[in-house]
Design a protein around this ligand. Structure first.
Ligand code: CP3
Length: 358
């Protein structure tokens, strides 16, 4: 089976992929959620001159920003393509703006279920071709030094942003929809899942070597709600991406599910067919291992706030974390994205400590 029809530079560091597949590694692989971001002055410089979504839509800029953390931190074992989960609502016809100091804003969120019919499913993935172009360019420019991760938001998380019109502490409107319009909600989640499946397949065809699905808003769901509104769609995404890639004669890449705040549903997550489960910092590594069993790789989970401690403390906390997870079937990361004010040397201490541990 072909890896991909495009011929990219040969991969020299395959620790991440090996760990995802449960193979032996020389060192624990490490990457950091939001590693391409505002804590980097070189990112800020590009952002000062370009709107956020212009960076996403311009392959040369997205590629450059993806490579920035890799240049600065030689211990990173992966790149993640620079983009955002909210490019999918945009491709469905919704306007999304990134307001500095606020975050994403939808001037016209979904106000009632009858607005679902205005979403433009047809052609959505074609409108996201710029993400594929950025991935392909980055696969050449990364020169096989480390693998490139592609990603998408999961249906529930995307739906939440589309209904709330941005980030929300309470998710009150979304919860109202779950309560009062559950069949419309399932209709919308199915629509999103179909688009996400083809979007992720397109990312692999373009050169993505591992895919991460972000269910970042899972923290708002009870275990029962997670089982109803998240798990079935996340499972479908995994199964269908695998099936469609096989159909196209492309080797199916490993996939990660990161459902932030869904520590109560690790047993459910373990049955969704993913190679890797991402953990937030509230979950104890040994407890998680007991629940998910031996056949799944765990990823995580240092508290991003720990990166405000001294490099010595970060080194110690990181080494302790790696000891607790163990060397096998483990990918080191933070328990959520790195925050904008994180000192540059913290990232150096964290990534180095992972490779020095065990
Ligand atoms: O990880 C990476 O380095 C790749 C790029 C990436 C971004 N967003 C860039 C970004 C990834 C993987 C995302 C995913 C994303 N986007 C998620 C899931 C992960 C998570 O953090 O839970 C979510 C929920 C979003 C939506 C989003 N985008 C929010 C809520 C915000 C504002 C809050 C924030 O952290 O800034 C964004 C903006 C965003 N996405 C920035 C970056 C670098 C900062 C915006 C800027 O440059 O002005």
């Amino acid at each position: 089976m072909a890896n991909n029809s495009k011929i990219f530079p040969e991969l020299k560091n395959d620790r991440l992929l090996k760990a995802a597949l449960g193979e032996k590694v020389d060192k624990v692989p490490v990457w950091v959620m939001r590693q391409a971001g505002r804590y980097l002055p070189e990112f800020q410089e590009i952002r000062a001159k370009n709107d956020f979504f212009t960076v996403c839509r311009t392959p040369e800029l997205a590629c450059e920003v993806t490579l920035q953390p890799l240049r600065r931190y030689p211990h990173l074992d992966a790149g993640i393509i620079f983009s955002d989960i909210l490019v999918i609502p945009q491709a469905l016809g919704m306007t999304v703006e990134m307001h500095s100091g606020v975050g994403p804003v939808f001037p016209k969120p979904l106000c009632s279920p009858n607005e679902i019919e205005y979403l433009k499913e047809e052609g959505a993935v074609e409108r996201l071709k710029y993400v594929g172009d950025a991935i392909t360019l980055t696969r050449y420019k990364i020169e096989g030094k480390v693998p490139l991760i592609g990603f998408s938001g999961a249906p529930f998380t995307l739906m939440g942003y589309m209904i709330e019109g941005g980030g929300s502490k309470s998710m009150a409107k979304t919860k109202e929809w779950l309560q009062n319009y559950s069949s419309d909600v399932h209709h919308l989640l199915s629509l999103l899942a179909r688009v996400i499946i083809d979007y992720l397949v397109m990312q692999v065809e373009s050169g993505a070597q591992l895919l991460q699905v972000f269910e970042s808003s899972a923290e708002h769901l009870t275990r029962e709600q997670f089982d109803e509104f998240s798990a079935p769609y996340v499972r479908e995404i995994r199964q269908e991406v695998k099936r469609k890639l096989k159909e196209k004669n492309i080797f199916p890449v490993p996939m990660t599910i990161f459902a932030k705040g869904a520590g109560h549903s690790l047993d459910i997550q373990a049955k969704l067919g993913y190679n890797v489960i991402g953990l937030d910092w509230t979950i104890d590594p040994k407890e998680a291992r007991k629940i998910v069993g031996e056949d799944i790789t765990l990823q995580g989970n240092l508290d991003p706030q720990d990166l405000y401690k001294s490099p010595e403390e970060i080194t110690k906390l990181t080494k302790d974390m790696v000891q607790r997870f163990g060397k096998h079937r483990y990918i080191a990361n933070l328990g959520h994205g790195i925050t904008p004010q994180t000192p540059l040397e913290s990232m150096a201490a964290f990534t180095q400590a992972v490779h020095d541990a065990i």
